[in-house]
Design a protein. Structure first.
Length: 189
């Protein structure tokens, strides 16, 4: 589930995504997959939505346009985040995660290219995108990547490695464009 000023987007265990207005009325329905929706991401305008599912399907599409990207991977995709300004032609980017974090960018002639931002430290468990910074959590800690400079700028290790990351998931929240709040187990940073 994710919330926008205009609506709520709700994914089900049966692969459906519903858009509900502020009164709770269903305004749109999308059949994305036959299995569980893992995450939904919206850009700031509320015009583009990214969805990933347990069967490895990833879709990014315009809610009010015919624009669409879809890909199927051979493993479950657990997280997705679209660029906050995806509506702009210069910001056609999104990231997905399972065992590795992939950045997808629209390149010349409307083709999509992918690049690996991170892998080798377990499953990507959470991701949040704010401005030009992407933060994600995996089994070892939280990393932040600067999309402008194309460099990882920090690593915040987990405080208590005895807590299982699948039982105590990491919560990420951008306070502003440069301050990330990290909640994990009994720790808040």
């Amino acid at each position: 589930m994710t919330v926008h000023d205009k609506f709520l987007a709700l994914g089900t265990h049966y692969g459906k995504v519903y858009l509900l207005d502020i009164q709770g009325n269903i305004t749109q329905k999308f059949d994305v997959s036959p299995v569980k929706i893992n995450q939904i991401s919206l850009d700031e305008s509320g015009e583009h939505m990214g969805v990933c599912s347990e069967d490895g399907k990833v879709q990014v599409f315009g809610l009010y346009s015919g624009e669409e990207f879809h890909e199927t991977f051979d493993c479950p995709i657990k997280i997705i985040a679209v660029h906050p300004h995806f509506v702009r032609s210069s910001c056609k980017q999104f990231v997905t995660g399972g065992k590795k974090l992939l950045l997808f960018e629209r390149s010349w002639m409307s083709r999509w290219k992918s690049s690996v931002l991170h892998e080798g430290e377990g499953n990507i468990r959470s991701v949040k995108w704010r401005g030009h910074l992407i933060a994600w959590a995996n089994n070892m800690g939280v990393k932040i990547f600067d999309i402008t400079s194309k460099q990882r700028i920090t690593n915040v290790p987990r405080d208590d490695i005895s807590l299982r990351p699948d039982m105590y998931p990491c919560s990420l929240c951008w306070k502003d464009n440069v301050t990330l709040i990290i909640g994990w187990g009994t720790s808040v940073k």
